[in-house]
Design a protein around this ligand. Structure first.
Ligand code: NDP
Length: 236
């Protein structure tokens, strides 16, 4: 899985490891936090291996997949979680910021999927972490971020058709506001977000981890090509 050192990704690592999966996860900068996530899993009797791999670089992502297969002998579940969001009017964003969103949020997911499919057999699971902003962007300055998440939804629909004959499912989880470094529940935009939601709280990384766990399991075999919201009624 990509981007497991913090936030939602760390919640997914913890849950999949608790389910019994041997997990590798990438990170770009947060070396100590990645080690702490892995140590917590190991302390609970699970298996988690952090891999430094910058999703800006195709080779890093490909190497992370290769190392996973070499370490564990195969790959059953891919979770594309790593993403960045630069929030600003389209004319204020630099092209470097735009390229980073397109590369990390979309291109690296494509790279990971292509490389993982070489190793994935029947029963395989691909789970993208999109965003409710693909369907609804009630605030300004998120156009490119929303575009990247819309791309994941489209990619998911298209690939479901390609992968069904191989008995591999692909789905796209679209979180609403989840309490992380990127979107703290006590941050400056939290009240505005709560104002457009049905519920009166942010979601947690553990709740997203539980959703990933379900989609990764055998009970979800009939779900593919779907974008599924976990958003506290953000899109209700
Ligand atoms: P965070 O910013 O808290 O964490 C991002 C994670 O992605 C970190 O582990 C980070 O690693 C990793 N990452 C970022 N850039 C790279 C890179 N270039 N290469 C490898 N890893 C990288 O984000 P969240 O946990 O909030 O979000 C996780 C996912 O959920 C994203 O896809 C986001 O778009 C989506 N989402 C989040 C929502 C929210 O409210 N929090 C709402 C909707 C969607 P490092 O620590 O090394 O930087």
């Amino acid at each position: 899985m990509t981007g497991g050192s913090r936030g939602i990704g760390a919640g997914i690592v913890a849950r999949l490891a608790a389910d019994g999966a041997a997990v590798t996860f990438t990170y770009a900068r947060s070396h100590e936090r990645a080690d702490a996530v892995a140590a917590a899993v190991v302390a609970s009797g699970g298996t988690a291996l952090p891999i430094r791999a910058d999703s800006m670089h195709e080779r890093d992502v490909e190497t992370a997949v290769t190392r996973t297969v070499e370490r564990f002998g195969g790959l059953d579940i891919l979770v594309n979680n790593a993403a960045v969001a630069s929030v600003a009017p389209i004319t204020d964003l630099t092209m470097d910021e735009i390229d980073a969103m397109l590369t990390i949020n979309v291109r690296s997911a494509i790279v990971a999927i292509r490389r993982s499919l070489a190793h994935m057999g029947a029963g395989g699971r691909i789970i993208n972490i999109g965003s409710i902003n693909a369907d609804r962007t009630p605030f300004p300055d998120q156009s490119i971020y929303a575009l990247t998440k819309g791309a994941l939804a489209s990619l998911t629909r298209g690939l479901a058709r390609e992968l069904a004959p191989r008995r591999i499912t692909i789905n796209n989880i679209q979180p609403g506001p989840i309490d992380t470094d990127a979107n703290p529940a006590d941050g400056p935009t939290a009240q505005a977000m709560l104002g457009v939601m049905a519920t009166d709280r942010y979601g947690t990384a553990a709740e997203v981890g539980a959703f990933v766990s379900y989609l990764a399991g055998p009970d979800a075999d009939y779900i593919t090509g779907s974008s599924l919201n976990i958003d506290g009624g953000f899109t209700a």
